[in-house]
Design a protein. Sequence first.
Length: 236
Amino acid sequence: MQLQGVFAFLSALAVTTATPISRRCNSSGVTYVLPSTGGPTPLPSPDTPLKHILVGHGVQNYTCNTAGVSGASVGALAVLYDITNLYPGSGPAALSSATWNVLTGTVLHTTDLPIETASPAAPFPAPADLTVSSISKTLPFIGHHFFDINGVPTFSLNNDAELFKGQKVLGIPAPADADMGLSGEGAVDWLYLSDKGGSVGITKVYRVLTSGGDPAVCSVVGATQSVPYTAMYWIY
């Protein structure tokens, strides 16, 4: 049985090519290069300073409106961890480029899903840092990603000290060598989100290096799917 059929619906390790498309330097001189799929349509280049690089682990939620086609997206839930200091070349904790490029797949395949699937009203467990067996230091918890009651993609970081209410500007397919997920369902698109209004301290978010999360083909109208996924979120 596929995992998306096991997980209840919740309401609210292949190397992926990382071709440079945009370079941003911080005060320490580290150059952060936003990944690219290498495809014909790149995500827009960021024009503001990078604030965080996060890994999100959670579920993409879908509902089945028509049998024989893939489920329709109705939101997502993810716990977010700060991985900025793991960026290759950024300091003593930095990962190699090879390890960095498969980090989302590593998290998806080797750590537990941090979503309370049996508790739709309270899906997020108590905040806790993430231990990944192949990384020497834990990944600090920083916040949550969810869709609000109006269906707006939301990122709450540091207890809402930084808050992003986004809108999709562009989505592009994940590269062919992206991690296909726990059941081989496929990797969700890479995204560029801009501020919809009401954000605090964040103006744009990029979803890149996705692993898993694509919906299955629906067999029953009205059925729901919650598909495990991971992604990197670059926060500006």
